[in-house]
Design a protein around this ligand. Sequence first.
Ligand SMILES: Nc1ncnc2c1ncn2[C@@H]1O[C@H](COP(=O)(O)OP(=O)(O)OP(=O)(O)O)[C@@H](O)[C@H]1O
Ligand SMILES: [Mg+2]
Length: 475
Amino acid sequence: MDLNALKAALEASPENVPLLLLIAQEHLDRFDLDEADSYLKKATQLQPGHAKVQLLAARLSSLQGHISEAIVRLEALCQKFPEMAEAWLFLASLTVSEGDGPLARGYYEKAVAIDPNLKNDKLLTDIIQAGGASSTRKSGHSEPATNKSLSNGHIESGPFFEGDHFEDDGIPSLDGVLARDLEVDFQLRSDRKFEDVGGMSMVKDEIRMKIIHPLKNPKLFEQYGKKAGGGVLLYGPPGCGKTLMSLATAGEIQSTFLSVGLHQILNMYIGESESRLHDIFQLARRHNPCVLFFDEIDALAADRRDMRQSAGRHLINQFLSELDGAGAHNDGILVLGATNAPWHVDNAFLRPGRFDRIIFVPPPDLEARIEIARICSREKPVIEFSAEEFARKTEGFSGADIRSAFDRATEEALQEALQRGGQIVPITGKKLLKAVKNVRPSTRKWFESARNYALYANQDGLYDDILKYLKMNHS
Ligand SMILES: Nc1ncnc2c1ncn2[C@@H]1O[C@H](COP(=O)(O)OP(=O)(O)OP(=O)(O)O)[C@@H](O)[C@H]1O
Ligand SMILES: [Mg+2]
């Protein structure tokens, strides 16, 4: 929605409550909590008893992390307007986030009875997981599913509405819900180094400045009032070295490196995933200095407007408050994020202060392709090979495409070697160029959609680097 247009309309009728609410809502969606608050206050002064005003006030409280306050507001609202399905549903989602499944189940059923369109499988599953298989509490032994009982043995992550895990009433049974992986990966060591990454010199410099130099020269940095840490978000087409770069950072620094699988956190219960995320940041703080890496950060920060009242929203808010909340002590922590879909990342993440550098990682240029070709031919019997010539023939290739050409040529040589009874057959430049012909550069497709976002959704010039790249390379 066009916020400016709404605000212009408000100037014409400053006491228009529905308009004030629309604007407040829009700000809430954008996580501008202070702005939302000021519009809501105006609306409250004008019409304190308005149901929607109260609903939005509850949303604001929950986004501010005041969950109990939000719940109290909603309980009052539901009592006063018992037909307000949205309010019941919101109450259900907050109640389950507080861990009370059975109570949440009751609220959920009220919401759905009023408005069947509000059925929400995800929420229902979360409720069931929190012990809300039915809305009535069984006295004594209704045991809520605990972390421990779920994490026995290897458990696959993924969708759990599968096969015949449904009870008669179509509600997934706890067996189905068990199919989750609750482990989070912490990668503490890596043997990659910056020299294993071709090109990306800007990214390397940024990481050096933020964590490597400050750790090596703490006194010097202190003199300039600079501390180790900060946030860097890498974005760009697939296969161009974002993940590799993070592994190389891990190898470069002699300190802790935590790589967090967001998909796994997302698979947790509402409420639990937030506290897990908090635990992870706390762990990083305890191990400071440290690099905290979130790959495919769009998974977490996806712009889930439709989920604003449920799990995704809470987790995003938790993440934001960990990044820059007043109580966050993030000195010495470098938060590194990577994504190839920055447009799906919640806007709030892209604002200054969250990640202080948002860096476009383009496909490797000629120089970088030469470097990558050299990296790929290390420790292999490569002969009669010109990295320059190879690089010139691989325009538009990602690092991964280049590696794939090397893999093909290597396999061919190996096959011949096997046929010759184990005699070494070299990987020739000719074989490599032949392999190049069979690899299709994979970055073009990404640029097709990136171009649209850069042209039509280029807020604050965020994607100027993409446009610059396109101008140089595709026109
Ligand atoms: N700049 C590079 N230098 C050396 N190797 C590279 C480079 N970029 C990519 N590669 C090779 O391609 C593989 C895949 O790259 P990587 O996983 O880092 O891509 P990515 O940018 O994270 O992609 P995605 O967006 O799909 O996650 C790497 O493991 C490496 O072998
Ligand atoms: Mg990656």
